[in-house]
Design a protein around this ligand. Structure first.
Ligand SMILES: Nc1nc2c(ncn2[C@@H]2O[C@H](COP(=O)(O)OP(=O)(O)OP(=O)(O)O)[C@@H](O)[C@H]2O)c(=O)[nH]1
Ligand SMILES: [Mg+2]
Length: 326
């Protein structure tokens, strides 16, 4: 799932349909009075929370969203039909700001539409203006314009676990293994160019592009993505056992975090050694011991070892549930 977290679009509620001036015709009567109907109301614009975190990405090429206009009134007292509302699904966690008025809507629930722009009321047909003193009014009113605005949508996602690591560490492979994500995997660096998200037992896991030394100063794809993990509750730090010096690799990455700051260094962190199938057990054990001696929790997996994935998955679920109740 590709990731777009900000979008500005133009949204418009529908204008009201016009009221009309019409006259009744009845056989044998020269004058039978006004019969112009009211216009229908314009459709309103709503946003509604959805679990689909990729929605903003789907809207990225569309700049204009509008509800339907009300239909004009007709003769024989016919009311125009109301315009259809527009109900735009946005990911739960989206903050919707109407740039024209500054109004802000926080979409935090699913399936509860929130009215953001109201459709214009339909105009009145001439039949409405009939009175004892005026039996043949030729007055009708136009529909009112619907509200419209530039609208800024920003997804302020609460990611539960952010994956961190050098390119090729196996971040995307793990995300695909643990979640419904279908992130691209490649045997080269920087396969992942923007964050991928996956749903994990009601939690959100995010895989970000690989970081390299100097990321905090803007090297590689760096800083833009560190910003994303700065919103996560927990970091999963992946280190490939292809590294001969896992402690060195760990310290390099930690150093980037320290330099970046923004609360990142203080986050809960789990270390995950990857690709255990490429080395012997003794190497796995000594790497684990060396990292554990820094006072960190360390786990090890291989994508081709189902048992290791299962153990890790169970541990992660337990940890997330414990964090929630803490
Ligand atoms: N042997 C082995 N290879 C693995 C394992 N996990 C991932 N790989 C391979 O390692 C390479 C990199 O995997 P990715 O999941 O794309 O790594 P990444 O960390 O997302 O890389 P970037 O997106 O470039 O930062 C791919 O060729 C994977 O097939 C593993 O457990 N064992
Ligand atoms: Mg990747």
């Amino acid at each position: 799932m590709a990731f777009v977290d900000e979008l500005t679009i133009h949204m418009a509620a529908g204008d009201g349909g016009n009221g009309v001036v019409r006259w009744r015709h009845e056989k044998g009567k020269e004058f039978a009075g006004p019969s112009g109907g009211d216009g229908g109301n314009g459709g309103s614009v709503y946003v509604v929370g959805s679990r689909d975190l990729g929605l903003l990405y789907k809207y990225r090429h569309q700049k204009e969203f509008h509800a339907e206009r009300g239909v004009d009134g007709g003769r024989d007292s016919l009311f125009g039909r109301n315009g259809e509302d527009l109900i735009l699904p946005v990911p739960v966690g989206t903050v919707v700001t109407l740039l024209d008025s500054g109004k802000v809507f926080d979409v935090i629930t699913e399936d509860e539409p929130m009215l953001i722009l109201e459709g214009g009321r339909g105009g009145l047909g001439n039949e409405r203006f009939k009175s004892a003193t005026n039996r043949s009014p030729d007055k009708a009113t136009p529909g009112k314009p619907g509200e419209q605005s530039e609208v800024h949508l920003e997804l302020k996602l609460v990611v539960d676990v952010g994956f961190l690591g050098f390119p090729n560490a196996g971040k995307s492979s793990l995300l695909n293994e643990l979640t419904n994500a279908t992130a691209k995997i490649g045997a080269y660096q920087f396969t992942t160019l923007e964050p991928n998200l996956g749903a994990f037992y009601g939690y959100v896991l995010a895989d970000i592009p690989g970081l390299i030394e100097g990321a905090a100063e803007g090297r590689g794809l760096g800083i833009k993505f560190l910003r994303h993990v700065s919103r996560t509750k927990m970091l999963l730090h992946l280190i490939s056992l292809e590294n001969e010096d896992v402690v060195g690799a760990y310290k390099t990455m930690r150093n980037e975090l320290e330099q970046f700051g923004n609360g990142l260094p203080e986050k809960d962190e789990i270390i995950l050694l990857t690709k255990t199938d490429l080395v012997d057990q003794a190497t796995v054990d000594s790497a684990k011991a060396a990292l554990a001696s820094l006072g960190r929790e360390v786990y090890a997996i291989s994508i081709i070892d189902d048992a290791s994935i299962k153990t890790f998955r169970d541990m992660l679920i337990a940890k997330l549930r414990a964090a929630k109740t803490a």
